[in-house]
Design a protein. Sequence first.
Length: 144
Amino acid sequence: MNHFSKKAIAGMLSLLVLAACSNNQPSADNSSPAATSDSSTPASTEADAKSTFATMKQSLERTTKAVNTDDFDLAKQEFEGFGQNWEKIEDGVREQSKELYKQIEQSMDNVDISLKDAKPDKTKANTAIQSLSTTLDNYMKTWK
């Protein structure tokens, strides 16, 4: 999504660089049995994704609380945190389900628009947040 601050983008780039560095380290010795086994990678990736989704849900809860107290500046800030976490996993979500990926992206856009209105409407914002939360729940149900 193109509406995040330069700090968020810089932070995500830093995370990607760190992730790329850590992904290259284990492949230095491919001769050991542990290095050739991929059994831990999918579980770790799935566990990381589930943890990120839990963090995203918490961000939505904090966004809702801020909206309900008419603190839309805080709501925007909390939702930005949601977006930063989404960027960590969105490619994996897209690979698993293009339809749910599109639904999440559209729901995120709706929340973002509702929070950036000149005079944000609490009901509209809460409806958009709830829709996004439901979409995330639907995606999380696809995990075994």
